[in-house]
Design a protein around this ligand. Structure first.
Ligand SMILES: Cc1cn([C@H]2C[C@H](O)[C@@H](COP(=O)(O)OP(=O)(O)O[C@H]3O[C@H](C)C(=O)[C@H](O)[C@H]3O)O2)c(=O)[nH]c1=O
Length: 181
């Protein structure tokens, strides 16, 4: 397992060791001891989520308000996504910036997001299976989000807007500035 830093502090790409043989592959999808040793971050995950998405589905940008903010360890189990993270940590030098990266099952990587991030992804494959661990339980009363097409974030999703498929909830998300973070 190797840790790759990103432009966001405490936000890491994790490259897993993939063992291949005539049968297929094996990898440790998560190892608490190795993760905490390499990132220096102690995290107790309490909930695993799994979603499937068709091509063109955009989920996000979502976050839970304190004290229910979630750190997430993301894994694309099948297919490929464009994953997007927005730094909502007011004390961060990258506050208000977004970071995007293609993640695919073939890459053999996980992506760790600390608390204080808004997260979303665009499905680039006909079928995406998306798995992530959270260190805080789902709390619908703490749910919040940012519009995927926020004019100030100006995220380039690389997909014509008429090809995107969003939930009604996501179509009504507020702008970053209106949150007054
Ligand atoms: C997130 C969540 C949802 N739900 C229920 C609520 C709805 O009835 C249904 C679908 O929820 P939603 O449309 O919010 O699912 P996504 O759009 O995939 O939301 C996720 O999208 C982006 C990518 C994220 O990073 C968030 O963790 C998460 O909000 O599942 C639960 O019961 N538990 C949960 O933890």
């Amino acid at each position: 397992m190797k840790i790759l830093k990103t432009i966001f502090e405490e936000c890491y790409l994790i490259q897993h060791e993939v063992f291949k043989d005539g049968r297929g592959t094996f990898q440790e999808a998560y190892n608490k001891k190795a993760f905490e040793h390499l990132t220096g971050t102690k995290v107790d995950f309490v909930q695993d989520n799994l979603s499937t998405s068709k091509k063109g589905v955009l989920r996000g940008l979502h976050f839970q308000k304190e004290p229910h903010a979630q750190a997430k360890l993301i894994r694309v189990v099948k297919g490929e996504v464009l994953d997007v993270v927005v730094d909502l940590r007011k004390s961060s030098k990258t506050f208000g910036q977004h970071y995007k990266m293609r993640l695919s099952a073939e890459m053999g990587t996980s992506f760790f997001l600390p608390k204080g991030m808004a997260h979303g992804f665009l499905s680039l494959s006909d079928e995406v299976i998306f798995h992530y661990k959270c260190d805080s339980f789902y709390n619908p009363n703490a749910e919040n989000g940012i519009a995927f097409n926020d004019p100030d974030l100006a995220i380039d999703w690389g997909c014509p807007i008429n090809k995107l498929m969003l939930s009604e909830k996501d179509r009504r998300l507020p702008t970053f500035n209106s949150l007054n973070l």
